[in-house]
Design a protein around this ligand. Structure first.
Ligand code: NDP
Length: 311
């Protein structure tokens, strides 16, 4: 009997994923969209992005759940998740796309672009002398697959680059700080703070009044991870009071951001609709296929996430 890989995603089209995976899986695995599954008992693998409640109950023989993205917060928080390995996408192209967005955000603030955009709107030649990259301190909160790649890119540009994680690690060009007690000091020295933390019970609303208050006056804030890591009202207050000079925000507590939200019109704030990085079928397919073939041959799967830690 041929195994089936079931696919479910709201935003991602099925065909490119099937086209990318089919040649790698051959006739060993049938690939079907969730609403077209012919025999649910043959479904052993699920490639999913935010499937509806009750989704997994249809497939009693699941052996692997593959999250169609890097952030697993929505998946691991579910109560109906089967007791099988959960993997995330781990794709260098996705990492590069994220690192590009983060570098753009860091340059935006480091090169005072919001100041020039505001001046241009007033037709004003508002010279502001640029700072050398080495004089600008950037803190990257979260040094995971995407975070570490972004931090490396920022360091490559010559910024004074720091990172924050739970565990120490060696990242060339990046000074790594660990643990809760290190956060306030790091925020106080950073000109730009980039949030790349996964959303977990420990990080939910971790960046609130206290964290924004600890940031250097005039600092900028970038969030590309999850909106719920931030207390959004505290962020609005920090921007409104002028304590923060600006922000580049790709993720929000409540998406899409409602049209009357104050963040849309605060000075220095750039809003993008959650697209800093996306799952790319061609480059992610080999990792997915390898894990399915590993299950078939009884080998260990890679890129597993810990339900306990939540990432
Ligand atoms: P990983 O899961 O690989 O790494 C998470 C990092 O955060 C690790 O370095 C971890 O520390 C650190 N961390 C976790 N909890 C804490 C804590 N309580 N205190 C301090 N550090 C902590 O994440 P990625 O880098 O791959 O991705 C980051 C996030 O980006 C994803 O979780 C997702 O939410 C988001 N994302 C956003 C996208 C977008 O388009 N906007 C696209 C893709 C992802 P340690 O290393 O010690 O374990």
């Amino acid at each position: 009997m041929t195994d089936t890989l079931v696919f479910y995603s709201g935003p991602d089209p099925f065909q490119p994923w099937r086209d990318a995976l089919s040649p790698l899986l051959g006739d060993r695995v049938r690939i079907e969209r969730a609403d077209a599954v012919t025999d649910p008992d043959t479904v052993r693998y699920a490639l999913v992005w935010m499937p509806p409640e009750g989704f997994f109950a249809r497939f009693p023989n699941l052996e692997l759940v593959i999250n169609l993205g890097a952030g697993v917060d929505r998946l691991v928080a579910r109560s109906d998740l089967p007791d099988v390995p959960i993997t995330r996408l781990s794709d260098p192209q996705m990492g590069r796309m994220m690192a590009g967005y983060v570098l753009f955000s860091v340059l935006r603030h480091a090169r005072d672009i919001p100041h020039f955009e505001a001046a241009q709107a007033r037709r004003e030649w508002a010279y502001r002398h640029p700072r050398a990259a080495s004089e600008v301190t950037v803190a990257v909160l979260g040094l995971g697959e995407l975070g570490a790649m972004a931090a490396a890119e920022i360091a490559r540009m010559g910024y004074d680059t720091h990172g924050w994680a739970t565990r120490p690690r060696d990242l060339p060009g990046v000074t790594v700080h660990c643990g809760d007690q290190a956060l306030a000091g790091l925020l106080a020295r950073a000109d730009i703070t980039v949030c790349m933390l996964p959303l977990t019970p420990a990080t939910r609303r971790r960046l609130g009044t206290e964290a924004f208050g600890a940031m250097k006056p005039g600092a900028a804030f970038v969030n590309v991870s999850r909106g719920e890591v931030v207390d959004q009202d505290a962020l609005v207050e920090a921007l409104r009071s002028g304590h923060l000079s600006g922000a580049t925000l790709d993720v929000f507590d409540g998406e899409p951001l409602s049209p009357d939200h104050p963040l849309w019109t605060l000075p220095g704030v750039l809003i993008t609709p959650h697209l800093a990085s996306v799952a790319l079928p061609k480059s992610a397919a080999p990792q997915i296929a390898d894990n399915i073939l590993a299950i078939q041959s009884g080998a260990q799967v890679g890129q597993q996430v810990s339900r306990l830690r939540g990432y």
